[in-house]
Design a protein around this ligand. Sequence first.
Ligand code: F6R
Length: 232
Amino acid sequence: LQLKTFESVDELYDFAAQFLQQKVKEGAKTFGLATGGTMQPLYKNLRQSDVDFSNCTSFNLDEYIGLPIEHPESYFTYMQKELFEHKPFSKNYLPNGLAEDADAEAAHYNELLAQHPVDVQLLGVGENGHIGFNEPGTPFSEKTHVVTLTASTREANARFFNSIDEVPEKAITMGIANILQAKEVLLIAVGEKKRAALESLVRGEVSVDSPITVLQQHANVVVLTDLNISLA
Ligand code: F6R
């Protein structure tokens, strides 16, 4: 695990954007992408860069179940606005949160992922250590699956909605088994709220109680943070 601490978030996001650009230049074809507040400055940085994803494929980690596609907070809309409208890929995959059979959709997503091994997986982290929407307690063996979001995750995401009642209760997420398949992982954790989760990664035991800790078992993880965290 490589932990890089930045004095300023601007430097952090410059580094992250350049990291991804470099991967494209080196021939990475398939990118695992994330949403959330953490990724917005990164996507802004990429929009303003000359990065060319036109020969690349993307797979998003997750999508809410039941939000109309045009809903401003669907991850589909988020990705269009933040990145895809500005930087086209050859193909963008997201789980379809409106599929009639969400479990079948998850199985289909696993098949697609098996056909397109992810070169670089971008990750944020939840305050409770979740990665994707793999909440504490999720077995590490899970692939893409349907999840019921925890109250704390719905509260954390309520800031993007008019009220917490509008935050969907379920989502489809890539599982930890999928995430571990990526050749390389770039995780970004910014702000004090992420301290406990990040500390669990660098200090803690590997435990389903904090899903991020599973990254200790991955051979190629780069973590970018503005938090001062010392390796134990
Ligand atoms: C988003 C995702 C989530 C977020 C996490 C942090 O696609 O999979 O795991 O990365 O909830 O969210 P923010 O960045 O809003 O703090």
